[in-house]
Design a binder for this molecule. Structure first.
Ligand code: CDP
Ligand code: MG
Length: 699
């Protein structure tokens, strides 16, 4: 390597926090089990003896977990209290064991109600359900199941259900007091995602109402709540949940040496790569977990790692990179959990999904770049941002802890100790920094009319709540009286942002449901095209044949048509620089959206044929606020907010000058960039949103 990243040796992580007396013998740790894979249809035939053997193998594993020694005390506390807060290190067994303890103690059943465990991330929900089905030696989708957006693997028999926080919010729409559950576990509470924060207030209210009903002699089961977290201000949570009992599970962490860089690093990707090779060439075996801000950073580093590792001497230990981010399909995520092949060191390149949501075996080294991509929102001009931000101290410690799960480890922080001292203690809850339109719509649909007075753990600013109400009003989701309209109710049934739901509902009127559903599915994934840094020109050239003169929406549709023509041929995708993985995810989303439409009586096959203006007009009924008009100097200014916006270089409209544009998103990175851009005519605007444009012109 040309250059070294110099780390300053520091003893900080050997502080008491990171040392625990007893340690797991790694030889008894069962690695994430892939044996069950492929067993699917043979399960019925597995004889009793092997089920028994499997059960006892699993029980032995479970007994090794730190949480297991506290089993009886945990069960008792949960029995005696209506709300319990459980704190414990990642990997100690909270998420997989507590639901099993509750079941084993006979507290849940199909009759009395089951247990729902929420996760901020879909991957975590799916993996945890698989793991617990395995531990209980049952079929996934039977007693143990999961529900995530666009994938429901649960049945009426399911009594332990892992689901995303968003799905539980949706279940409240059809089962207002969540009678199907006796327990709600709000997991990963420290992440403070928007939806988990909404659930705090809603579940607390549901618990109160069920309690009042039970007191009044109605035949109603009380609701028990468990809040779980790796790090959080337990006292604050306890206070919010009426003085809930706090339980601490001591983790088993081995000492972790934390090293800071001596100098700030200008290029974190380069510094990461250099550090990976420093470890690989100089340090004993053990896998490396790298924390990176997002999919793009992960993908570019992944190809760099592979490139460099192909240059290693034949007899040297190999390096294998395994990306891990939320949008990655489960089959590829699995690689992260499988043991590395012989003579190979795994380098897991992850977003903060690996911070607390999932535990990966085999890690000895952690590289923390110190950054995360964070959403931000400016309610005054309605601009969302997705910017690189320094992480908080509590995040940094979580990342560090990942190195000490199975044995002593080392954490390389790619920032200086001074930088660390300046970090915020905790991450700001998402509810204080994002667009609240979807949240407010779902509060309203759940019967909480006065969203300003809702019981928030951390109250969002009044300005952002008012902005959300205005946006929903302009979309027609709330009436003049401020109540949810019929359209608003329909919109809340889609698991989509309100703007998208509106467009789908309106597509029946504009006779272009087929096109709209396809485009929305394609917009729901990160990117359909990929551009390798060394083949930029070929990629641009290949893309040209899909370009539609009216912009990105219809270009995406062309890609899908091409993909269908060749029946998804992987070779064709490679030649055309189309990300087949994302394409498949998009098609999966499309199938789900079709089902939603059928349920709401919207025919998903209605097509506008060649009259593609209909598609753009229809999108405008949701995205009328995401529009900008051409200025005499050739720039574009947004209709809402009069903001100068630039078309992203990746857009089909990048070099075009048209009267008006509509965009999927306006994101502030270095400039105010718009992405997912199409040409519109300004005369279409009043028809798309009469309420909004009457208001604007009256002002
Ligand atoms: O919730 P918490 O972080 O406390 O731990 P958990 O998710 O319940 O995981 C407990 C242990 O189960 C982990 O340390 C892993 O050893 C194992 N596990 C696994 O092997 N595969 C999974 N998909 C999840 C957990
Ligand atoms: Mg957990």
């Amino acid at each position: 390597m040309k250059r070294l990243v110099n780390f300053q040796e520091k003893d900080e992580a050997t502080a008491e926090d990171w040392k625990f007396s007893d340690s797991i013998d790694p030889s008894t740790t069962i690695r994430s089990n892939k044996r069950q894979k492929g067993n699917g249809n043979k399960d019925n035939k597995i004889d009793r003896a092997s089920i028994k053997a499997k059960r006892s193998e699993m029980l032995n594993f479970r007994k090794q977990l730190p949480i297991y020694s506290g089993r009886d005390a945990i069960i008792q506390t949960i029995r005696d209290n209506s709300t319990v807060i459980v704190m414990g290190e990642t990997g100690s067994g909270k998420t997989t064991q507590i639901p099993q303890f509750i079941r084993e103690a006979g507290m849940i059943s199909t009759k009395a109600g089951g247990i729902a465990i929420t996760q901020p991330r879909r991957v975590a929900a799916v993996n945890l359900a698989k793991r617990v089905a395995e531990e209980t030696v049952t079929q996934l989708g039977g007693q143990v199941g999961y529900t995530v957006r666009f994938d429901d693997t649960s049945s009426p028999q399911t009594i332990i259900k892992y689901l995303t926080d968003g799905m539980l919010l949706r279940e409240i729409l059809s089962d207002e007091l969540l009678f199907r559950y006796k327990f709600i576990v709000l997991d990963e509470a420290h992440e403070r995602t928007l939806r988990t924060d909404m659930l705090f207030g809603m579940i607390k209210k549901i618990q109160r109402i069920r309690h009042e009903k039970a007191q009044a002699g109605e035949d109603v089961e009380e609701l028990k709540i468990v809040i779980m977290s790796a790090t959080l201000d337990a006292e604050k949570f306890s206070e919010f949940f009426n003085g809930a009992k706090i339980l601490y599970v001591s983790g088993r962490l081995h000492p972790v040496d934390t090293l800071f860089t001596q100098e700030p690093q200008a290029d974190y990707l380069d510094a990461t790569l250099v550090t990976i090779f420093q470890i690989h060439t100089k340090s004993p075996p053990g896998d490396i977990l790298v924390f990176l801000p997002g999919q793009d950073a992960i993908e570019s580093l992944s190809s760099l790692v592979n490139e460099y590792s192909s240059q290693l001497r034949p007899r040297q230990q190999k390096l294998m990179s395994c990306p891990l981010f939320a949008a990655l399909p489960p089959s590829q995520q699995q690689k992260v959990f499988d043991p590395a092949p012989a003579n190979t060191r795994k380098v897991i390149l992850a977003t903060n999904i690996a911070e607390t949501s999932i535990t990966i075996p085999g890690i000895k080294y952690v590289i923390d770049c110190g950054l995360a991509k964070m959403r931000g929102f400016n309610p005054k001009i309605g601009v969302e941002s997705l910017l690189l931000h320094p992480i908080s101290k509590s995040s940094a410690w979580q990342r560090t802890g990942r190195a000490g799960r199975e044995r002593a480890g080392i954490c390389y922080r790619l920032y200086t100790e001074d930088t660390f001292r300046e970090l915020e203690d905790d991450t700001v809850p998402e509810i204080r920094r994002c667009n609240l339109a979807a949240a407010v719509l779902s509060l309203k649909a759940s019967g909480i009319e006065n969203v300003l007075d809702f019981d928030y753990m951390d109250r969002p600013s009044r300005a952002s709540l008012v902005r959300a109400l205005e946006e929903l009003y302009a979309l027609g989701a709330i009436s003049d009286a401020g109540t949810l309209s019929d359209l608003g109710r329909k919109m809340s049934e889609f698991p989509l942002d309100p703007t998208f739901s509106k467009v789908i509902i309106k597509s029946a009127e504009y006779k272009c449901s087929m096109e709209v559903i396809a485009i929305i599915s394609l917009l729901s994934v990160d990117a359909i095209f990929f551009t390798p840094s060394d083949k930029r020109e070929q990629a641009t050239e290949a893309r040209r044949k899909f370009l539609h003169m009216d912009g990105d929406h219809l270009t995406l549709l062309n890609v899908l048509k091409g993909y269908w023509e060749v029946k998804g041929d992987p070779e064709w995708c490679r030649e055309n620089f189309i990300n087949i993985r994302n394409m498949k995810i998009a098609l999966d989303v499309r199938n789900q959206l079709i089902q939603f439409c059928e349920r709401l009586g919207i025919s998903p096959t209605t097509s506008c044929g060649t009259d593609t203006d209909q598609v753009l007009k229809c999108f405008l009924t949701g995205f009328f606020q995401n529009t900008a008009l051409l200025q005499p100097d050739g720039s574009y200014k947004s209709v809402a907010g009069n903001q100068l916006v630039k078309i992203h270089p990746g857009s089909a409209m990048f070099t075009k000058r048209v009267e008006g544009i509509m965009y999927n998103e306006l994101v502030f990175t270095t400039k105010h960039y718009v992405r997912g851009v199409s040409a519109i005519q300004s005369s279409w605007l009043p028809q798309a949103a009469p309420k909004y444009f009457n208001n604007v012109t009256n002002k």
